[in-house]
Design a protein around this ligand. Sequence first.
Ligand SMILES: NC(=O)c1ccc[n+]([C@@H]2O[C@H](COP(=O)([O-])OP(=O)(O)OC[C@H]3O[C@@H](n4cnc5c(N)ncnc54)[C@H](O)[C@@H]3O)[C@@H](O)[C@H]2O)c1
Length: 345
Amino acid sequence: MKDIINFGLVGCGRISKNHIEAISMLKDSARLVAVCDIDPVRAQKTGEENSVDYYTCLDDMLARDDLDAVSICTPSGLHPAHGIAAAKRKLHVITEKPMATSLKKADELISACDENGVQLFVVKQNRLNPTLQLVKRAIDKGRFGRIYMAIVNVLWSRPQSYYDQAKWRGTWEFDGGAFMNQASHYIDMIEWLIGPVESVCAYTGTLARRIETEDTGTACIKFRSGAMGSINVTMLTYPKNFEGSLTIIGENGTVRVSGIAVNKIEHWEFRDYDDDDKLVGMSSYNPPNVYGYGHTGYYKNVIDTLKGIAEPDTDGREGRKSLELILAIYKSAREGRSIPLPLEY
Ligand SMILES: NC(=O)c1ccc[n+]([C@@H]2O[C@H](COP(=O)([O-])OP(=O)(O)OC[C@H]3O[C@@H](n4cnc5c(N)ncnc54)[C@H](O)[C@@H]3O)[C@@H](O)[C@H]2O)c1
């Protein structure tokens, strides 16, 4: 791979700014060369602000001969089609989460990237939070002993005006609900830290917002290790985002990471001392919003992987795991029974 990797970006909405900033922070090895949005005003504004070419048709952008990779920041249900179009042009794919809204489409994207010999990255920047990195290390070192229980709360607030901003929000086809969109990093987190999951049992409801999908839900999880878990999600918290937290109860340790987006270690207690204990105070931080700072770290891994000096943090198969768990939660809520994993189409 060349010294400088050229990125194109499709979807110039809210999250695109985090991608553009990450690419510019890593300017010694990455460069944004083109952007695309079907909204001509957004395409032009983003192109001009970043002094790059802009397009309103993805195929036109993909026809350039200087692209190495494409960052996909369009509505979730469009990620597979846009990723497959890029893969067919032999371009590496970085897709925002979730990688798709159905497992079938996720698998089509994975296959297209495999068949064309390109890498597929699914953005899961929260895994890079210093707080979660410490927790992951404690688990990998076996400090908890046997893990008995994990509890996740995503108690956030999304007013009706948020859903009304764009037609795709709150639809089954293009978005999904509170589990699929807002809490998807938390589903990924619990699967990554405590998984694999054996089965799930859930309730969901659309209690207050005018959307197709759920604004609130609760899921109980049985892990293959025997541990139990629960995930409580609502977008109806008064009057603003209240908590994004994780509590782990183990044989030899109890940890609670809270704040609005698992950014604060509130409790850290283990039977045995480890030098990592000294890092607990330093690991808490104040994120500018619930998206956090992780996109730059995520892109660093993308670039190092493309240069052949790292393994992907979350490739397509890793990104698929949390999608499968979210879809199992939905199936359980729909059918009123517990759903075993792996999930069939
Ligand atoms: N990693 C994170 O923490 C995080 C945070 C927010 C959003 N996201 C994800 O990013 C994606 C986008 O979310 P957003 O909040 O930026 O949405 P948004 O609505 O603000 O932006 C989406 C953009 O895509 C454009 N678009 C739609 N169809 C297109 C097409 N066919 N071709 C080109 N452009 C098209 C729209 O015009 C819009 O500008 C979603 O999948 C969402 O789940 C991830």
